[in-house]
Design a protein around this ligand. Sequence first.
Ligand SMILES: Nc1nc2c(c(=O)[nH]1)N[C@H]1C(S)=C(S)[C@@H](COP(=O)(O)O)O[C@H]1N2
Ligand SMILES: [Mo]
Length: 486
Amino acid sequence: MDRQQRFVPALVALAGGVAAVAGSYATVGDSPAFVAAPIANATVTLAPSVLVTFAITVLGDLGIKLAYVLGLGLTAVALGIVAGAARVAATRAGRPLAGPVVATVAVGLVAAALSGSAASAVGAAVGTALVATVVTLGTAPDGESAADSRRAVLAGVAALSVGVLAVGGRRVFRTPPDDDDLPPIPDDVAAMLDDAESKSLAVEGLEPLVSDHFYTVDIANVDPRPAREDWSLRIHGAVGQETTYTAADIDAMEHEHRFETLRCVGETLNGRKLDTAVWTGVPLMDLLAAADLQGDYVMLRAADGFYEEFPVDALETGFLAVGMNGRPLPRPHGAPARALIPGHWGEINVKWLTEVEILDEPATGYWEKRGWHGTGPVNTVAKLWAENRLDDGRMEVAGPAYAGTRGIERVEVSTDGGATWNDADLSDPLPADDVWRQWVYRYDPPDGAHEVVVRATDGLGTLQPRDERRAYPSGPSGWVSTTIEP
Ligand SMILES: Nc1nc2c(c(=O)[nH]1)N[C@H]1C(S)=C(S)[C@@H](COP(=O)(O)O)O[C@H]1N2
Ligand SMILES: [Mo]
């Protein structure tokens, strides 16, 4: 065997693994049954917290995509090792021709164990069987030379790699589904969306009061996709009466619509993980009152293994959202149902909610185990998202301001680095308890470069603190500033 040829078995094995991943995706698609899903999710949940914090605060959305690609690669290698080991075992047993069959069965069994899905496992096994067939044909004893067999293997590897890259690429760069397939927006929600549109300040580059694009943050690399019929919400723990609601139970209840803003504790000071939507659902207390809550703390648990704990009082104004902007709650935002806890950091607004567990004693949530303090009320912030030079030579600066349930009373802008301050104009308030406002300020710019600083005062009259702090562990703080060049 020359050196090159020694790589062939490893390449064959890897191709078997890549094909298994592709085959599983072909059958079950981007769902939790995808064979790479558990490993892709484990790359997030098992990663050291420093790495996760770095990924969230520095890489942002790219971090989760890299983790996904890593998960795909690790799964392909793992299944490749299974396929390769099976072939080696068959050869050692003196039955080399049984190798492909043994490899196919072994990959199928491991894929079934990983994914818990027969369809996914069959897809994976078929992928491996295809590679094994290509290889067997390529190395058939009827005169094919070693070089030809190598070429066949390499062609197989290349073709399958292209396949899986295309598949992975589609997941990573997917576009949202067409609106045409969705039910029409109910009139009352449409009226709220109109209200928000008419109150949104007309500033170029400023997102409207109902976000065009709502950020997502979660530990689920492959989002859960609980079928509505299988979903239920269990209320248990320190309760007088354990209760379980199905989706049909929720459907039968009276629904409300609310504007509500969410902000992630892990974002940067002037970051974009701050958004607003109209949510449709039922007040959590409509669901919880019957359970007779007896503990002081609550743990919310979700289908992706996420869990967060906080004082039970915060549930009083909480909401179970099943719709967003007049549509069914989208999968990335927690379908079929998520919690909304007014005024608190995003992380306790648990998506894919499955359990409300009432506790007598405090416990530690997912992010708090990793050092964050993100279960409490949000920090006050005024952001600077738009910076426009107007036709008449004036400057226009604008952004959103948010202080949770405290509300925003005032936003001030300094154009001289904080020496003097002027009041910005605010958007008319939306009828809601936990929602952002927009601010805008127009001025005649000085001749040279100048520093614009912005700060908000909340509804309790408290000025946004000036001291700068990074996101970790309690959310970013400080005044947003930027230098504007002439
Ligand atoms: N089940 C589940 N819920 C979750 C999370 C998660 O990882 N899993 N992430 C939380 C965090 S950190 C934030 S900021 C919000 C973001 O909600 P969004 O993705 O709808 O914007 O969801 C929260 N709910
Ligand atoms: Mo978050």
